[in-house]
Design a protein around this ligand. Structure first.
Ligand SMILES: N[C@@H](CCC(=O)N[C@@H](CS)C(=O)NCC(=O)O)C(=O)O
Length: 236
């Protein structure tokens, strides 16, 4: 990688996708400018940089935007020297990509449904989908870790960063709904992994414990109108 790089990250404090990119940049020891976006009033820079999805994170490297967290993580890994985030072996690399994509396509939309569902029936359906997806991740952990501490083996790698960045949200859902997405009896390998991940230097830097408190507040605020409407309906 050549000389001085101009790196700007458009983000949002509670976005797990943004957290994953920040963790990867920290792991590479790279400094960058972080810019908070207001999703209710998206900046021109965001709209211009990510005209397709209009979402954060966006990494802007020397004026060129890279969108979608999984794409950004791979870009950061290829661009910067230092510890590898993705495995170097092609088969392990493909496997890690598969599980990161699975988390992005199946687990995270289901989890978001749990957070945002308006009706109990809908929430129950999303809980089912989330738990089914996390059971797949339990099997994935056994395969990817090869009996080691992390998906990435001895150290935190791609799938660890991707899934680990969601743990504060899982904790928030546990506090608000009592739902243990990662459960010591149903997904014991992931439960032990989550403990290790939470205790790692990488996680402590990128995901301070206060993030779960903020996520709890977000869920409560998000659900407040529906809760008020339900209360009103029951009093009529
Ligand atoms: N697949 C995307 C998901 C990113 C995403 O959903 N970002 C949310 C914040 S957590 C966002 O920017 N939402 C804005 C919107 O939906 O308008 C990624 O991995 O980067």
């Amino acid at each position: 990688m050549a000389g001085k790089e101009d790196l700007k990250l458009l983000g949002l404090p509670l976005s797990p996708f943004v957290v994953s990119v920040r963790m990867a940049l920290d792991m590479k020891g790279v400094s960058y400018e972080y810019v908070d976006e207001d999703l209710n009033n998206k900046s021109e820079l965001l709209l211009k940089s990510n005209p397709v999805h209009k979402k954060v994170p966006v990494l802007i490297h020397n004026g060129k935007p890279i969108c979608e967290s999984l794409v950004i993580l791979q870009y950061v890994d290829e661009l910067f020297a230092g510890r590898s985030i993705l495995p170097t072996d092609p088969y392990e690399r493909a496997t890690a990509r598969f599980w990161a994509a699975f988390a992005g396509d199946k687990l995270f939309p289901a989890w978001y449904g749990v957070v945002t569902a308006q009706a109990e029936e809908e929430r129950a359906e999303k809980v089912k989908e989330t738990l089914a997806a996390i059971e797949h991740m339990e099997v994935a952990f056994a395969k990817c870790s090869g009996g080691n501490a992390f998906f990435g083996g001895d150290s935190i790698g791609y799938v660890d960063v991707v899934l680990g960045s969601f743990l504060f949200w899982f904790e928030a859902v546990r506090r608000v709904d009592g739902l243990e997405i990662i459960n010591a009896s149903k997904t014991p390998l992931l439960a032990a992994w989550a403990e290790r991940f939470g205790g790692s230097v990488e996680a402590k830097e990128a995901v301070p414990v206060t993030k779960a408190d903020l996520a709890v507040q977000y869920i409560s605020r998000f659900r407040a109108p529906a809760a008020a409407a339900a209360k009103l309906a029951s009093s009529e």
